[in-house]
Design a binder for this molecule. Structure first.
Ligand SMILES: [Ca+2]
Ligand SMILES: [Ca+2]
Length: 201
């Protein structure tokens, strides 16, 4: 974990090996801020590095704001090594039981990049601050857009009005394939975000 102002390392876990994946998302309201996790013995940790549990969430892939609460859910796929394909899914971390439950399985779709399991796109496309997931149909004849059907008590300007998030959608979905993040803290215990500075030329 780095201090973005200085580049100084705040804390870390030396795994001694290539740790291919990590993710940062607020999935546990018991500690303010995003949790971080990775394999190779890193475990699930608070933003200040305190170990929460060695039981990792079901995936270390994309985080997605999907249901009505301010915590982030987990976008991944169910991979079949026999066909080398995966079916898109969204799970939710249960922080009290250290287990993950399934909220959506996008039957009839396929993820991209074999084991990496990337969606075709993930972004707040329709304007509700929750994010849509786009997967290709398994016969490659169309794209499917999935949007939340959970009600929410929270209302925010569309995340696409946040330049950092918007840029993240442009590059995170096509480059090393990680989820976009907002420039402000969107999670449990957050303060009201500033009104976006937007105009139409
Ligand atoms: Ca948290
Ligand atoms: Ca949520």
């Amino acid at each position: 974990m780095y201090d973005p102002n200085t580049g100084a390392i705040l804390w870390g876990v030396n795994t001694g090996a290539d740790t291919g994946r990590g993710l940062s998302a607020d999935i546990d309201p018991r500690t303010i801020g995003e949790e971080v996790w990775a394999g190779n013995g890193v475990g699930l940790r608070t933003v200040t590095g305190t170990l929460i549990t060695n039981t990792l969430p079901s995936s270390t892939n994309f985080g997605i704001w999907w249901d009505g609460d301010l915590l982030r859910e987990l976008l991944d796929h169910t991979y079949s090594s026999s066909s080398s394909t995966g079916v898109g899914k969204i799970d939710k971390w249960d922080y009290t039981a250290s287990t993950t439950s399934n909220l959506l399985t996008a039957t009839g779709t396929l993820s991209n990049n074999t084991t990496k399991g990337n969606p075709s796109l993930q972004a707040d496309i329709f304007g509700d601050w929750r994010e849509e997931a786009v997967w290709r149909k398994s016969d490659n004849s169309a794209l499917r857009f999935y949007t939340t059907n959970y009600e929410s008590n929270y209302r925010f300007y569309t995340l696409m009005h946040d330049p950092v998030y918007r840029l993240g959608v442009a590059w995170q979905n096509i480059a090393y394939n990680q989820p976009p993040h907002t420039s402000f803290y969107l999670g449990d215990g957050m303060s009201t975000p500033a009104q976006p500075s937007m105009y139409t030329p």
